[in-house]
Write a protein that binds this ligand. Structure first.
Ligand code: HEM
Ligand SMILES: *[C@@H]1O[C@H](CO)[C@@H](O)[C@H](O)[C@H]1NC(C)=O
Ligand SMILES: *[C@@H]1O[C@H](CO)[C@@H](O)[C@H](O)[C@H]1NC(C)=O
Ligand SMILES: *[C@@H]1O[C@H](CO)[C@@H](O)[C@H](O)[C@H]1NC(C)=O
Ligand SMILES: *[C@@H]1O[C@H](CO)[C@@H](O)[C@H](O)[C@H]1NC(C)=O
Ligand SMILES: *[C@@H]1O[C@H](CO)[C@@H](O)[C@H](O)[C@H]1NC(C)=O
Length: 329
């Protein structure tokens, strides 16, 4: 009798499990992991992020990207935050990160603020997960509860960072299979690429798209003409590799204009455009629907971020709580 009641309650609760809770099941990450050990944590992270983003608006995008580059290389374990030192090679020198991954100072500042309240308790991997959510919130995007409990890695992998983070020249087949290798679907690929609604890229990463692209991916000569002209202005066929251009038309606002740009064939990166313009791909209709539906984008993005945040975390006795996010204890 008693057992039946308990089973009944479990079933009812099971039926009510929201998708994010369900997604968190594969590992032991959970909401409120630091509720007792560091109750001020989320407030501290948010306040530092708010100050950073007010002073340097691009930092929101840069932090969000760091989380992606962390999770795609041996899981969300803070490995991207480690500096090179004699006898130890981190990931910062990898092709996708070099001269490009930035705003590490914000993580340092959050970490030292958190250490002042609750020393030795909160991992750098979790700080990056929280700061990424706040980066989205601070640019007018959706809020979600972050699942926590990650530990920090004692190693990085330069070779995995070279090989597991997609290159912007990739075709859709390659992007889908690289996301699949991380347990993410082609829908997750489209939704997470929506992160490019904020931030910038360097000319070296979109030069080929501007001058050398063919077929359906070619920038639309009509619709995108003013945008195209503006992109080309700062990015000539040769040189100027470090010049930057925004990834969509509102680089400090988390909105649907990234997807609108794809529909107009005015995406900045090849890897963005192919989501929309690869003939026969099911991703096309998803791009088109997200371009017209901010509610759908804001519903789906948090779920996809939670899923990405679940990639191979170190939990329990694995890993450590780094004292300084740049160096192993
Ligand atoms: C689908 C495969 C992806 C490719 C090929 C890709 C590639 C790139 C490239 C080349 C840049 C510009 C870097 C530079 O020139 O310095 C960039 C910027 C950025 N990426 Fe991605 N990305 C992808 C997916 C993602 C995902 C999943 C996220 C996060 C969820 C993300 C977040 C960002 C952000 C926010 C920026 C701007 C960073 C800044 O302004 O500092 N990207 N990405
Ligand atoms: C681009 O910037 C990096 C530093 O961020 C520098 O090392 C490199 O020489 C610059 N490249 C060019 C072509 O100016
Ligand atoms: C990563 O790529 C860079 C640039 O191509 C190369 O210099 C380095 O040797 C590569 N490292 C590994 C371990 O793959
Ligand atoms: C996609 O790119 C990969 C790697 O460059 C290549 O092997 C493959 O043939 C390309 N696929 C299509 C459909 O273009
Ligand atoms: C365009 O492609 C050709 C042939 O692959 C190459 O030689 C040239 O450097 C490319 N130009 C740009 C701007 O990417
Ligand atoms: C672009 O504009 C030209 C001239 O107005 C027109 O002839 C052509 O059909 C348009 N192309 C597309 C793809 O709409």
């Amino acid at each position: 009798m008693r057992l039946q009641v308990i089973l009944g309650i479990v079933l009812v609760m099971g039926a009510k499990l929201t998708l994010p809770q369900y997604l968190a099941q594969p590992n032991s990450l959970r909401k409120g992991f630091y509720a007792e050990s560091c109750p001020e944590l989320e407030k501290i992270v948010y306040n530092v992020m708010r100050e950073a983003v007010q002073a340097r608006p691009r930092d929101a995008a840069s932090i969000l990207r760091l989380f992606f580059h962390d999770c795609f290389v041996q899981g969300c374990d803070g490995s991207i935050l480690l500096d090179d030192e004699p006898g130890f090679q981190g990931e910062k020198g990898a092709v996708p990160n070099k001269n490009s991954a930035r705003a590490f100072y914000v993580i340092d500042f959050i970490k030292s603020s958190v250490e002042a309240f609750c020393p030795g308790v909160v991992s750098c991997a979790d700080i990056l997960a929280l700061a990424s959510r706040d980066a989205v919130v601070l640019t007018n995007g959706p809020y979600w509860d972050v699942f926590l409990g990650r530990k920090d890695a004692r190693k990085g992998s330069l070779s995995l960072a070279n090989s597991s983070i997609p290159n912007p020249a990739s075709n859709l087949t390659t992007l889908v299979s690289m996301f699949q290798a991380q347990g993410l679907s082609s829908e997750d690929l489209v939704v997470l690429s929506g992160a490019h609604t904020i931030g910038f890229a360097r000319c070296t990463n979109f030069k080929q798209r501007l001058y050398n692209q063919s077929g359906t991916h070619k920038p639309d000569p009509n619709l995108s003409f003013p945008a195209l002209l503006e992109m080309k202005k700062g990015c000539p066929p040769f040189g100027a590799d470090n010049n930057t251009h925004s990834l969509d038309k509102s680089p400090f606002l988390f909105d649907t204009s990234y997807f609108e740009g794809l529909v107009q064939r005015a995406a900045l990166l090849n890897s963005d455009q192919v989501l929309q313009s690869t003939i026969g791909s099911p991703t096309t209709s998803l791009v088109e629907s997200l371009a017209n539906d901010q509610t759908a984008f804001f519903d789906k993005f948090p779920l996809a971020m939670i899923k990405m945040g679940n990639i191979s975390p170190l939990t329990g006795s694995k890993g450590e709580i780094r004292r300084n996010c740049r160096v192993r204890n």
